[in-house]
Ligand binder design. Structure first.
Ligand code: DX5
Ligand code: ZN
Length: 218
């Protein structure tokens, strides 16, 4: 369904070839580029600091969505905005002051998103929706690519679309998206799908057409 945006997660790309990987997925039709930032504290894995994100920036022609899985978040917002994020998303579980965090993201002049882990109910973000350009619903516990889709995210998506009503707020889904799970969340009201392993599997920068076929299958 082409009204659904695909945001490949470069967590599943070749870490020695990010520039070429980003150009390849965009040439093959990626709508956004999703960057997973992990701190080894909020989630049990480590990935990209602001200098890495800054190095990705010139290769991204579409839209760079930076998913911060870090705690605390606030001390790093300015650095990721300056590194070139078009949107910064922060977890409601990452600290006691998500409202302040979203205000701080907006103050940098970038789009703001709030993220819910699988164990967090939709209602947890009801009072900050007006500060958000997007709600990201996790359908795996964050930290790693290639995990199995958690189905409770489908009903959470349906509830979130109802809560959002006619406000112009994206619903993004992240984790375990495949050709089998994508239609479930799209039908429930999601409009941006992150996919890591399902996009990059079987391909490389030398066979980018595999990425294209993988994205079209979603
Ligand atoms: C998980 C990350 C995801 C992950 C998705 O912590 O936020 O973006 O890379 O990978 P797949 O699509 O393989 O589940
Ligand atoms: Zn992510």
């Amino acid at each position: 369904d082409r009204s659904i945006k695909i945001a490949p997660s470069i967590l599943s790309a070749d870490f020695a070839n990010f520039g070429a990987e980003i150009r390849a997925i965009e040439a093959q039709g990626a709508d956004w580029v999703h960057v997973d930032v992990m701190d080894g504290h909020f989630v049990p894995n480590l990935t990209f600091g602001p200098p890495a994100v800054k190095a990705f920036r010139p290769h991204v022609k579409t839209f760079m969505d930076v998913h911060l899985m870090i705690a605390p978040v606030d001390p790093y917002i300015e650095a990721y905005a300056e590194a070139g994020a078009d949107m910064i998303t922060a977890h409601v579980e990452a600290g006691p002051h998500i409202h302040r965090t979203l205000q701080a993201i907006k103050a940098q002049g970038v789009k703001a998103g709030v993220v819910l882990n699988p164990g967090t109910p939709a209602e947890a973000v009801a009072d900050v929706l007006d500060l958000c350009d997007m709600v990201l619903i996790m359908t795996v516990n964050p930290g790693f690519g290639g995990q199995k889709f958690i189905h409770s995210g489908v009903e959470k998506t349906r509830k979130m679309r109802q809560m959002i009503g006619d406000r112009p707020i994206h619903i993004q889904i992240d984790g375990g998206i495949t050709p089998e799970t994508a239609p479930l969340v799209a039908e429930a009201g999601a409009d941006v799908l992150v996919a890591g392993s399902a996009v990059f599997k079987g391909g490389s920068v030398d066979t980018p057409e595999v990425y294209g076929a993988n994205m079209r299958a979603i």
